[in-house]
Ligand binder design. Structure first.
Ligand code: 5GP
Ligand code: MN
Length: 348
C-alpha cells in the first residue's frame, strides 16, 4: 500500500523502524543512471544509517555523474557494473534492502534479478506514479517534490530525524534541488521549504551545493550543448514540440563523459510555445530517450506506450532499440495522433 493512500502510516513507519533496528546488513540501492535525487537519497539513507551505527552498503547499478562526485559518502558507493561479484554477494547476504527513487525493478537493470531473488525485507521510497509490487513496504507519494523530500518524512516517521546531520542534509538537499530544477518546478508546496529549512539548520551551504552541481562542467560539455542547440535542435511548431538528437560519433567529438547531457532536454522548453521536448542519445546498443513537458501533456504515458519507459507527467524517459534514424521517425510519426493534446496542454 502506498503511503499517500494509507490511513495507517504510523504502522508502516513503525514496521520500517523495526526492520532497520533489527537489520545487521543493509543495502541501499538507487536506480540505474542515478540522478541527483536517486543518489542523493541513497547516500542520505546510507550516511544516516552509518551514523545510527548500522552496517550498511550502497550499491549503484552503474556510475553516477561527475557533477555529483562530491556528495558525502560517494567513495563508499559500490558500482555494480564494475564490481558484479561483490554487489551480488552483498545483495544476497543483506537482510534489508532500501531502494530509492524508482517504481519498477527494470529501473535497476543488471542487479534486478539479485534484488528480486533476495530474501531480505525490501523498503521502497519513491515519488513516481504507480509503483510495481516488488517491495514489502512502499513509501510512495507522487505529490512530493522528490524522493529526498519523502525520505526526510520517512526519517521523521521512523524517529530517525535526529540523525540527520550535515552530511545527510547535504545529500537530501541535492536531491530536492536537482529534482525541482533549483526550485523552478514541483516545489510549490510549503512543506518542501519546511524540509529545506530543516536541512539548512544542519549548516549546509546551499549556494555552494548549487555551484558544485551546476557550475562544474567541462568546457567540452558546454561546447556539446552549443553544438546541440545550434546544429541538432529541431522545432516542430505545428506540434508545439522540440527535440535534439546526438549520435555516438558526435558524443566522441566532444569527449563525452557520463552526465554531460544532463539538462539538455530542458532547453527546447525555453522556446515560446514549446510544451513537449525530447532528447535522443545514441548508446552502444540502443537509443536513450528523455522527455519533458509543460502542463497536462503526459510525457510518462507517451514514454511508457512508445519507448518502453515511464517517469513523471512532466519528466520521463525511455529507450528505443531502433537506430537513430528509425527512432526519430517513430517519434515524429507519432506526433500527429497527439496534436490535439499538444495544442490544448496549458503552459503550467
Ligand atoms: P531523465 O530524463 O532525467 O533521465 O529521467 C526523467 C524521469 O524519467 C525520471 O523520473 C526517471 O526516473 C524516469 N525515467 C528515465 N528513464 C527511464 C526509463 O528508461 N524507464 C522508466 N520507467 N523511467 C525512466
Ligand atoms: Mn526523483
Amino acid at each position: 500500500m502506498n503511503i499517500g493512500e494509507d490511513t495507517n502510516k504510523g504502522d508502516k513507519y513503525r514496521q520500517a523502524g523495526e526492520w532497520i533496528e533489527k537489520a545487521s546488513q543493509i543495502v541501499v540501492i538507487p536506480h540505474h543512471n542515478p540522478d541527483g535525487d536517486a543518489i542523493g537519497s541513497a547516500l542520505g539513507v546510507f550516511n544516516l544509517l552509518t551514523k545510527y551505527g548500522k552496517q550498511a552498503h550502497i550499491i549503484s547499478p552503474n556510475d553516477f555523474p561527475e557533477f555529483l562526485d562530491w556528495l558525502p559518502g560517494r567513495q563508499e558507493v559500490i558500482i555494480a557494473s564494475r564490481n558484479r561479484a561483490l554487489a551480488q554477494t552483498l545483495i544476497s547476504n543483506a537482510d534489508l534492502l532500501i531502494m530509492t527513487d524508482f517504481n519498477c525493478p527494470t529501473r535497476i537493470k543488471g542487479i534486478k534479478t539479485w534484488v528480486l531473488k533476495s530474501n531480505a525485507k525490501k523498503i521502497l521510497i519513491d515519488h513516481h506514479p504507480e509503483p510495481k509490487d516488488f517491495a514489502d513496504l512502499v513509501f510512495s507519494d507522487t505529490s512530493v517534490s522528490s524522493t529526498a523530500e519523502l525520505l526526510y518524512e520517512f526519517f521523521v516517521g521512523t524517529g530517525l530525524e535526529s540523525y540527520v546531520n550535515h552530511d545527510v542534509a547535504a545529500c537530501l538537499y541535492t536531491g530536492i534541488m536537482t529534482d525541482t530544477g533549483s526550485f523552478s518546478y514541483n516545489s510549490s508546496n510549503p512543506r518542501t521549504f519546511e524540509v529545506v529549512g530543516a536541512l539548512l539548520k544542519q549548516g549546509i551551504n546551499k549556494d555552494k551545493i548549487h555551484s558544485m552541481v551546476f557550475n562544474n562542467f567541462s568546457a567540452c560539455r558546454m561546447q556539446l550543448l552549443g553544438y546541440c542547440l545550434h546544429k541538432k535542435f529541431v522545432v516542430l511548431p505545428e506540434f508545439n514540440t522540440g527535440y535534439i538528437s546526438i549520435t555516438l560519433d558526435e558524443l566522441k567529438l566532444f569527449d563525452f563523459q557520463p552526465g554531460d547531457t544532463e539538462g539538455f532536454v530542458n532547453y527546447p522548453l525555453s522556446v515560446k510555445g514549446i510544451i513537449f521536448s525530447a532528447i535522443f542519445i545514441e548508446k552502444k546498443d540502443q537509443v536513450k530517450v528523455s522527455f519533458r513537458s509543460k502542463g497536462n501533456f503526459a510525457a510518462n504515458l507517451f514514454s511508457e506506450k512508445h519507448f518502453s519507459g515511464g517517469g513523471h507527467r512532466n519528466a520521463a524517459g525511455g529507450e528505443c532499440d531502433l537506430d537513430m534514424e528509425g527512432c526519430l521517425k517513430r517519434f515524429t510519426e507519432l506526433l500527429p495522433q497527439y496534436q490535439k493534446e499538444l495544442e490544448e496542454s496549458e503552459d503550467l
